[in-house]
Structure formats: C-alpha cells, structure tokens
Design a binder for this molecule. Structure first.
Ligand code: SAM
Length: 274
C-alpha cells in the first residue's frame, strides 16, 4: 500500500475548501513523516482494525491505511467527506467513514472485533472521549490500545507520577489498569493553524486490573480527595462512608495529602470499601 500515490494534503484542503473551524477543534497535520510516526505508535497494523475520531482531510487516516489498517473513521464535519471518499477509493475495502459525533458512537458496535484507537483528537472533546474509553466497566476493554494527541498539559496529567503537581484523577484513571506513556512530543508549529499550546501523543495499553477494585469506588475516593488536594486525607475523605476506617485498615496515614498516595495505595483503599 506504500506505493499508493496521493495528492499532498495541502492540495486536498485547498481543492475541497476545508478552512479550519475553531469550533470543531480543527488543527490539521500535513507532515506525512510525522503522521507515519504516529501511525507506527500502536505497533504493526496490517489487518488490524483501527477506530479514528476526527479524520478531517485524512492525514492520519492515510498513514493508518498505508500501514495496512482497516479504519473506521468518525467525522463531524461533512465538508471533509468528499476528501475521505477519495481516500477510500485509493485504499479499496480499508476505510469506512461515518458522519457523526464521536461522543454518541460506540465503536465496538460498529466494528464488532477488537480494535486500536488512534486520533489527533479535537481538543474540545478529547478528554471526554478518553475518559469514556478508560472508565468502561468491561476490562480488558474492546480496544487494544489508545494512541491519542492531547495538549501537552493534558498529556502530562495522564502520565503523571505520584508526588507531582500533574498527578490527580486523570493519572489514576489512566494508570490503575493500563500503562500510559508519552510516545512523542509534537510542536505547535506542526499543526495548521498552529494552536497556542504544545501537544503530545500519548500511548495507553490495558493491563490486568487489580482484583476486587471497582471503578466507581476508586472514582468516588479520588474525586473527594483531589477535589480538595491541599487538605489531608482525614479531612477530604470525611464525606466518603467507610473511608476513614479504610485508611486505618490499610495503614495509610490520614495526615497525608492525596498527591502522595500512589496508585497501588488508592486501589488498596478502594478494595476496602467494596
Ligand atoms: N485527523 C486530522 C489531522 O490530524 O489533521 C484532523 C484532526 S483535528 C485536530 C480534529 C478533527 O475532529 C476535525 O476534523 C473535526 O472536524 C473533528 N471533530 C470535532 N469534533 C468531533 C466530534 N464530536 N466527533 C467526530 N469528529 C469531530
């Protein structure tokens, strides 16, 4: 598929009149080498299903198709559909495009087999989508990996380690049953138009969930604790039934602050409350 001859992305944009919409979080990537590097993050994709949110003019999509993936792409902006149809013709049988809102689509229903998720996410809905994929009841989930572009500050919160300012609910959600790493930083100048902030691609892969820990309990504890992150646990967890007893039972000192509690310790606490 590497031999498929495609017009440059700038030409595609110009020909289809795809001026970037701020409301739709449109910051396009044109550098095909960078796009191929992003498409390589999940590992070999030949024959693999990939779900892409927001293909836009199809920059990342073409890189995924070149890697041999079978792509389901969901795009909200109908102006992009003719450009994506051209891509579909260039890679017969590999690309299906749905016009719609990714917040309302269940990719598993559409694909019906395990899949990777890869996206240069629209920043306005990116965190909500990622939280939805990470917070699912079923584990391991239907997705095999997430390769997602975020604003650098959000990426740092996802991969944060205990004891850092960035460590909080998002880090715990992303890491209590998955590994999360920054795959590559991406300079703002790589995008058209360039956003105000830097970005990074995050790679997340599921691992076995700690036994007897419920997502809802973990979420309740971390919401209470990080909602008042300057306070000691004995104060911030007062309103969570059983939490103070759980601190005692697990030996986690009640005068600690939430950012000092590592993910294994949060899981111990949540297990006590289940
Ligand atoms: N993938 C392209 C690239 O890398 O150049 C475009 C990425 S751009 C950051 C985000 C894309 O998501 C835009 O094409 C935008 O129209 C689309 N989008 C925004 N909100 C969406 C939503 N709720 N559901 C699906 N697509 C959405």
């Amino acid at each position: 598929m590497r031999g498929v001859n495609l017009p440059p992305l700038r030409e595609v944009i110009a020909r289809h009149g795809l001026s970037a919409s701020k409301a739709l979080g449109q910051n396009f990537l044109f550098d095909e080498q960078l796009l191929d590097r992003i498409a390589a993050v999940p590992g070999p994709l030949a024959g693999e299903h990939v779900y892409e949110v927001g293909p836009g003019p199809g920059g990342l999509t073409r890189a995924l198709l070149r890697a041999g993936a079978r792509v389901l792409a969901v795009e909200r902006d109908r102006r992009c559909l003719p450009a994506l149809a051209e891509l579909s013709d260039a890679f017969p049988g590999q690309l299906r495009v749905i016009e719609g809102d990714a917040l309302k689509i269940d990719p598993h229903e559409e694909i019906g087999a395990p899949f990777h998720i890869a996206s240069n996410l629209p920043y306005n809905v990116g965190t909500a989508l990622a939280v939805g994929w990470l917070a699912g009841e079923k584990w391991p989930p239907e997705w095999k990996s997430l390769t997602l572009m975020f604003q650098r500050e959000v990426a740092d919160r996802i991969v944060a380690a205990p004891g850092t300012d960035a460590y909080g609910r998002l880090a715990i959600l992303a890491q209590w049953r998955a590994t999360a790493k920054i795959a590559m930083p991406v300079h703002r100048s790589a995008f058209t138009p360039p956003p105000k902030v830097m970005s990074a691609v995050v790679h997340i892969t599921p691992v076995a969930a700690p036994r007897d820990v419920r997502m809802t309990t973990l979420e309740k504890l971390t919401a209470a604790a990080f909602g008042q992150r300057r306070k000691m646990l004995r104060q911030s967890l007062k309103g969570v039934p059983g939490a103070l007893d759980a601190l005692e039972a697990t030996g986690i000192a009640p005068d600690r602050r939430p950012e000092t509690v590592d993910i294994a310790e949060w899981c111990l606490l949540a297990r006590q409350l289940c």
